[in-house]
Ligand binder design. Sequence first.
Ligand code: F6P
Length: 324
Amino acid sequence: MADKFTVGLLTSGGDAPGMNAAIRAVVRTALTNNMNVIGVRHGYEGLINGEFTPMDARSVGGILQRGGTILLTSRSKRFQEPAGQRDAIRKMNEAGMDALIVIGGEGSMNGAYALSQKGVKVIGMPGSIDNDIWGTNISIGTDTAMNTIMEAVDKLRDTASSHQRAFVIETMGRNSGYLAVMAGIVCGAEMVLIPEVPVTGEEVATAVEYAYQRGKTHAIIINAEGSAISTTDLVEKIDTLDLGFKTRMTILGHIQRGGSPTAYDRLLASRMGVKAVEALVEGQHGVMTGLKGKGVDFIPLLDVITNKRKVNMEYYHMAKVLAR
Ligand code: F6P
């Protein structure tokens, strides 16, 4: 037992649907490869505090379909400091961890890189609803969040049409407009506001009035949380104008982070979990699993953290064209 290769496993940052499927895949693949797995609770914060729990095949039973993360998560300020990283490595050594697998978003990959620079064997796995991580076509959790948004907007459109109203709907995504743009296409929004393209309240008012003039029964405006105008300011501004529609707003909020993962996310998380362990078996580290084309590749963590993922402007324009 003592001689077995031991891998630590944690989830960090915002939870994302599919993280549990990823945990299950890592644990079972590691056991199959004769490794021990130690679960770390509360992300990097738990790594510093030594919140460790041994994991076996049964400890990950019945979690594939569950949202959130059974390992719990945190946004650790202490781990951003060299002293926090040093204490975390000490705890890892005390527990006999030979490597660490980190499932999380952009900030978590920064932490993973920092540890790898200090000699720890680290593998990253992208888990974030925002889909803002460079090096992978899509992150674990994004597809489920998209489906949650789609369901919510479909429902809001029902009531919007019945009352001839405009709805401003705020999506998450931090500084990325990915979720908003995709929602614009799959929900048929009249307008999409994203951080990457500044738009004025006047332009939104014009779009709403134009939708009314064309005989539309509703106007759906998707506003990404990071865009230049806040949802409340925008609604205040356009509701005072006579545009044909009265306005209401809905901030979707953390509902977008919860829920049972879609089939796509369960599959993606399972594939990446298997690959993450395979990387360690092959002696690779300092990399993140990334979906490239149809396959899962290993992307150097340095590339992941030094590049910025951009919103595909083709999709932004597509959302505009289809809003006629
Ligand atoms: O990164 C995921 C995310 O949900 C972002 O879209 C959002 O900006 C942020 O996390 C919210 O974080 P918290 O749950 O810590 O308020």
